[in-house]
Write a protein that binds this ligand. Structure first.
Ligand SMILES: [Mg+2]
Length: 232
């Protein structure tokens, strides 16, 4: 890699709820899994919801939360299989491909950093064309820490050196953005409506600038301190 390549800003993206519509994941975890769990365990839907939502609450923001193998063992339902059954519902968020296309054309380096496990990442990549835009795609499962933890970012930097001052990171989860901020990334963006099935969040309640249409990122990049790829 040449010196000028290293000078280019890196745009780091979350996947679910940022580039892809979180409605799919909401549907799987809040609708399909309770139904299937009730069938498998011969209990009422209400009982399943109560059991599962209690598990969700306990494990949120941990690596286990993002592991389909963990959930399959824990609740006795093949969660990955369930996602494959409904894969036709996986959708990109509005502006996703337009943004990625323009960024790569303008010479920005793009990294995909997801808390989805490797199997979950594979499923999404099989259904939505994202791979061509990214020089790096990382599942937190590979690094052994969720993105919420500063250790994720330290490990990432050890394996793939980058300058936090020249990185931009976009993620719909505030706890994840906080982890990145603790590490030293300052140009952080959230997402106003991660799931098309849920309402738009109130921008003033999110402690980071929030994008609606993904291409709004260009307005920020033009005014930011990140050196333009074309002049670096
Ligand atoms: Mg997300």
């Amino acid at each position: 890699m040449s010196y000028s390549d290293l000078q280019r800003p890196i745009i780091m993206f979350d996947m679910d709820g940022t580039l892809l519509d979180l409605a799919f994941d909401d549907f799987i975890w809040n609708h399909c899994l309770p139904e299937r769990h009730a069938q498998v365990h011969q209990c009422s839907l209400e009982q399943s919801q109560q059991t599962l939502f209690q598990f969700y609450h306990q494990h949120k923001h941990t690596l286990s939360w993002y592991s389909s193998a963990y959930w399959t063992a824990k609740v006795g339902v093949d969660v990955l299989q369930l996602q494959y059954e409904h894969r036709d519902k996986i959708q990109a968020r509005i502006g996703c491909h337009q943004l990625l296309e323009q960024l790569t054309t303008q010479g920005y380096r793009c990294w995909l950093l997801t808390n989805a496990d490797r199997a979950g990442l594979q499923l999404k990549l099989e259904n939505i064309q994202l791979s061509p835009y990214f020089e790096l795609m990382i599942s937190s499962e590979e690094l052994g820490h969720a993105k919420e933890d500063v250790e994720f970012w330290q490990k990432l930097q050890q394996l793939h050196p980058f300058d936090p001052a020249r990185a931009v990171f976009i993620d719909d989860t505030v706890a994840v953005l906080k982890g990145a901020e603790d590490f030293g990334i300052t140009q952080l963006f959230s997402i106003l409506q991660p799931s098309s099935n849920k309402g738009v969040r109130v921008a003033t309640e999110i402690p980071y600038p929030a994008l609606d249409h993904l291409t709004e990122l260009f307005d920020y990049l033009e005014n930011s301190q990140v050196i333009d790829a074309k002049t670096a």
